[in-house]
Design a protein. Structure first.
Lengths: 340, 469
């Protein structure tokens, strides 16, 4: 018989480690037509980080994401970056990109201020324009200003910057201190069916509520959460590298190393919780790794809710759940029929 | 019998074809995007073109290329005269290498060069401890260690040449259990060091006092397994030198700055003579954070004067790249009658496998996160990482967090059940709040654990009775 269960798990995850230096640098060039180029040493590994960085630069310059071209991951042409690790790109590289764009913007403001008849600090950007705060009708197209910066003022609008979360050493005895710049939080709730005869677990639904600070791109946040949950499902139920008695792997292939396919994926419902971190670019923190953290815990709690067995080692394969059920039944039998 | 469906007007009809025709069909150009003038126009207004940019659901410029199969991964690259490299794996978990005979492989037609550990100018690397050889030369520490590499005109010849290389080993008893490794005496696997190569303690408040004040104390142990990142694109790199002694390496590395430093060190070449271009990477998840094939292809390319490419096979992805740390986790938690956690003591033993890799970082993160997102006054968490003669563990999405979350959240449900408190409610009572002190006594800001709990519960339709609304 299939038994249904539900399980909840919440988690926290750090963004921007500080125990060692963790810098990223960036260069932003505003082109003469008001588009821009970002140089970054980070690597696009499929998560959409270059789009996030383009959005951050675009926001700072008041232009659209598609106006920003990103050049990345070439040690000859792009500035230093600690890398696509530790869920740090949006927060650390994003801060560097925003600061670099801000520096280029300052040059544009210096050029635009006398033309608009105000001081630079009274200017803002928006909708491809540099405009007077409170008087948006008094404005110049950012491309015209960039062209003038080059052609008349002789100072092309470019900026370079780096960002490093303030480094702090921990007390070696007690581990006390500030090891990370900030943290994100999340809750996932899983609904499962457990076959109490075979031990097979089917994950039907995962509800995921995640904090990432400001979602720079909600679609990419949802993509990260869905991908993280797929890894979480594999970690919870199927995936395991097995070794023989001599220490050699016995299932190093996709035939015998079982991982979830799209057919094994539960229905995933993602919510992004309201949150703003003043230390992140436009309030953003990060989302990459945290998405796969709570899934296995939620699924294992749902198995416990469904059939009353606590599996304490991962993965909770059908075999393991079945053995736990068998042990539980044997225990119940002993209680019901005490021996002579 | 040719059983292919022709797939056109005569759907469902099985057609017999002459072998020559069938062969021509098989040799047809692989599936590619239909010819179309570029760039491709879209028919709907795109979020990419909107201002303000932040919070827009902007599409990724690479998504379209992925969808059309136009993204070029390293395996799609070919440079004129390029050779293919393959790496011979030890296949024994622990041994001393007595002799490597490559003569027969070198004599094979199509084989251009063979490389062993002795050809590597500085045969060690690692992000913290430099305990990993590029190719094992004296000692094998796990079965996935490379012992020799071949560059040949085709991948098939390179693979066949590996079979012709003979390695004589003196087996050493492998250590396969992390808890056994923890108790073994120094010198350990990597003499003269101990097997415990990382240790971390977090002490906050006084756990003994907290336990003494507790209404009940719960204890539980949990274990997790070793898993692989399984990126769709395996590790790959392609090296090409110019006449001035400068090398360009196309690589799937996720961190080129540190990668270049490691490559410069292993090749003993100044950084200014190394260019790393990280291509579009087909999945990383932490597994592509350190060098693997890069020094091998660079040295083979130098030796042969030809570009050399090496792409991991799927088995190599499992046996010879990093994996997620298995952790043995012991929890002891003291709670009040109302389910407030008063004290928590944790011991973690991380299995590091054969090399350190990113273990020190994982150890620290796992230890700091292990008490959970809860406001706990008294904490004692201690973590160890030990060597074994198994595949090395390293960075993987979550860096220790999925393991400890499985433990602290399973433990939390058991406590809730024993006290008769709803699982959502016990978490709400203990969750970190704005300004709470973390296990390292860091004052936390923008804390929204409770908000995520309530939002998820509302979306799910969670109610305390266990039914679904």
């Amino acid at each position: 018989v299939k038994r249904r269960g539900r399980g909840i798990a919440c988690m926290w995850y750090p963004i921007g480690f500080t125990v060692a230096a963790n810098p990223s640098a960036a260069v932003v060039k505003v082109n003469e037509d008001g588009t821009a180029t970002l140089l970054t040493g980070t690597v696009e590994t499929g998560q959409g980080s270059l789009t996030i960085l383009a959005q951050i630069v675009a926001e700072e310059l008041g232009i659209a994401t598609g106006d920003v071209h990103v050049v990345s991951a070439d040690t000859d042409t792009t500035p230093m970056d600690t890398g696509a690790i530790a869920s740090r790109t949006t927060y650390v590289t994003g801060n560097a990109a925003r600061l670099a764009a801000e520096k280029a913007k300052k040059i544009l403001f210096e050029v635009a201020a006398p033309l608009l008849g105000v001081k630079a600090e009274h200017l803002e950007v928006g909708d491809h324009k540099i405009r007077i705060k409170g008087f948006p009708q008094r404005s110049l197209h950012i491309g015209d200003v960039a062209e003038r910066a080059r052609g008349v003022n002789g100072e092309p609008p470019l900026g370079s910057a780096s960002f490093n979360p303030a480094t702090a050493a921990l007390d070696p005895e007690t581990g006390q201190g500030k090891p990370f710049a900030t943290y994100v939080y999340a809750t996932q709730i899983a609904e499962v069916d457990v076959d109490d005869e075979t031990g097979e677990v089917e994950v039907l639904r995962v509800v995921a509520s995640h904090d990432c600070g400001t979602p720079i791109n909600p679609m990419l946040v949802e993509g990260q959460v869905e991908g993280g949950i797929s890894m979480g499902v594999g970690f919870a139920l199927e995936e395991e590298i097995l070794f023989d008695a001599k220490g050699r792997q016995i299932n190093p292939n996709l035939t015998n190393y079982i991982m979830p396919t799209s057919l094994d994926m539960p229905k995933v419902e993602v919510d992004i919780v309201d949150s703003y971190d003043p230390t992140g670019p436009f309030g953003a923190k990060g989302v990459g790794e945290p998405t796969c953290v709570a899934t296995a815990a939620a699924i294992l709690n749902a198995i416990h809710d469904a059939v009353g067995v606590r599996v304490t080692s991962l993965p909770a394969t059908a075999e393991k759940v079945y053995m736990a059920l068998k042990a539980k039944r044997a225990q119940e039998q002993r209680v019901l029929q005490p021996g002579p | 019998v040719d059983r292919r469906d022709t797939g056109d007007k005569k759907a469902g009809v099985i057609e017999r074809q002459a072998p020559a025709e069938a062969l021509r069909d098989l040799l047809r150009v692989p599936a590619a995007a239909p010819l179309a003038p570029l760039p491709l126009e879209t028919f709907v207004p795109e979020a990419r073109q909107q201002t303000p940019a932040v919070r827009q659901r902007a599409t990724r410029p690479d998504a379209r290329l992925h969808g059309l199969g136009q993204t070029k991964y390293i395996d799609d690259f070919y440079l004129p005269g390029m050779l293919y490299a393959k790496i011979k794996r030890a296949g024994i978990a622990s041994a001393r290498i007595l002799r490597i005979d490559t003569k027969e492989a070198e004599a094979m037609p199509g084989v251009v060069a063979v490389l062993t550990g002795r050809d590597i100018p500085c045969n060690s690397f690692g992000p913290s401890l430099k305990d990993q050889p590029v190719l094992a030369d004296e000692r094998v520490f796990h079965a996935g260690d490379g012992v020799a590499a071949v560059a040949a005109v085709t991948e098939q010849i390179a693979a066949e040449a590996l079979e012709k290389i003979t390695v004589e080993y003196e087996p050493i008893m492998p250590v396969l259990d992390p808890l056994v490794s923890l108790t073994l005496e120094t010198p350990g696997i990597h003499a003269p060091s101990s097997n415990i190569y990382g240790h971390k303690v977090i002490k906050k408040g006084d756990v003994e006092k907290g336990f003494a004040a507790s209404f009940r104390i719960f204890e539980a142990s949990f274990r997790t397994q070793m898993v692989e990142h399984v990126p769709l694109e395996p590790h790959s790199s392609l090296a090409t030198w110019d006449g001035n002694g400068r090398v360009t390496i196309y690589s799937t590395l996720g961190r080129i700055t540190l990668g270049r430093a490691d490559i410069a060190r292993t090749l003993a070449v100044p950084m200014s003579r190394i260019r790393i271009i990280a291509t579009v990477v087909g999945g990383n998840f932490g597994g592509k954070n350190e060098i693997t094939t890069e020094p091998v292809v660079a040295l083979l390319a130098k030796k042969t004067g030809r570009p050399v490419k090496c792409t991991f096979t799927r088995p190599e992805e499992f046996t010879s790249s990093t994996t997620r740390h298995p952790i043995v986790m012991d929890y002891k938690t003291g709670v009040s009658k109302e389910g407030r956690i008063l004290a928590r003591q944790i011991r973690l033993v991380l299995e590091g496998g054969a090399y350190c890799s990113w273990s020190e970082t994982t150890l620290a993160k796992a230890c700091i996160l292990s008490p959970g997102p809860y406001d706990i006054e008294n904490i004692h968490a201690e973590a160890f990482v030990v060597y074994t003669n198994k595949t090395m563990t390293g960075a993987m999405r979550g860096f220790g967090a999925p393991q400890v979350c499985f433990a602290y959240e399973s433990h939390m449900d058991d406590i809730a059940k024993a006290l008769g408190i709803d699982p959502l409610e016990i978490r709400m009572r203990n969750a970190l709040r704005e300004g709470s002190l973390s296990p390292t006594s860091q004052q936390l800001h923008s804390v929204v654990v409770r908000e995520t709990l309530l939002q998820a519960a509302e979306r799910f339709g969670w109610n305390a009775q266990g039914g679904r609304s």
